[in-house]
Design a protein around this ligand. Structure first.
Ligand SMILES: Nc1ncnc2c1ncn2[C@@H]1O[C@H](COP(=O)(O)OP(=O)(O)OP(=O)(O)O)[C@@H](O)[C@H]1O
Ligand SMILES: [Mg+2]
Length: 221
């Protein structure tokens, strides 16, 4: 560990604990005691890699039956904070009504909080079918839709296609993971006004929304 002040982050559980005889293997890539198909064995290896690259360290305390605590130490940055945020980090404020569609509750909540902070009015839905109902019941209530691509019942692209049939001018922004470019080959991009790569930052989200809404206003004249 580097000398100097550190910040300590502890994650503790009340699980089965780690037997001493495997303790020296748990950070090895691909080492897992989970059943085949369940664990990758990469969790701790990745954590270790990230923390090491920041000049930090990870320690672990565990006893069988008594739970496990991981302590992550990060060196404190003593340099003064940069005076001005880089332009790509600026969060733009906006206005209008956004419908967020994502099957993961925490993502819906996080996106909603981000958008509310920017000045938007936010509604959320956990799947495409419910979202379609919301739009159908009052097609003019939303200015823009932000949807996840991979959802269990209806994919974001199919959802966007059906939105087009209800209200062809309602812009849909698709959020996709890094490895989810396949929708482009399906010819689905016609229904998508913009694509946001996950993890979505506040600044990026605010910029894409502002661009899409500005283009929308222009179209209307
Ligand atoms: N909190 C914990 N409690 C008990 N055992 C743990 C804990 N965290 C890790 N281990 C042990 O260390 C092994 C390696 O952990 P690691 O996170 O690298 O992979 P994994 O948890 O098996 O897989 P994945 O993270 O992909 O789900 C685990 O299989 C388990 O035996
Ligand atoms: Mg793990």
């Amino acid at each position: 560990m580097s000398p100097g002040r550190h910040i300590k982050l502890t994650v503790a559980d009340t699980g089965p604990g780690i037997p001493p005889e495997i303790m020296n293997r748990i950070f090895e890539p691909y080492y897992t005691t989970k059943p085949v198909g369940e664990g990758t064995g990469l969790g701790l290896a990745v954590v270790h890699g990230i923390v090491s690259r920041h000049g930090g360290a990870v320690t672990v305390q565990s006893a069988p039956g008594k739970g496990t605590s991981f302590h992550v130490y990060f060196p404190v940055v003593e340099a003064p904070e940069a005076q001005q945020a880089a332009p790509e980090q600026v969060v733009l404020t906006g206005g209008g009504s956004v419908l967020v569609v994502d099957d993961e509750q925490w993502l819906r909540e996080m996106l909603s909080a981000m958008l509310t902070g920017m000045g938007y009015t936010v509604s959320a839905s956990e799947n495409g079918a419910k979202a379609l109902e919301m739009v159908r019941s009052n097609p003019s209530q939303f200015d823009v839709i932000l949807t996840d691509l991979t959802m269990p019942e209806m994919r974001g692209t199919e959802f966007a296609r059906q939105i087009k049939a209800i209200r062809s001018d309602l812009p849909v922004i698709l959020c996709t993971g890094a490895l989810e470019d396949s929708f482009r080959k399906e010819g689905d991009e016609d229904y998508i006004r913009a694509v946001l790569k996950k993890p979505v930052t506040k600044a990026e989200l605010s910029r894409v929304l502002a661009e899409v809404l500005a283009a929308q206003t222009e179209k209307k004249g």
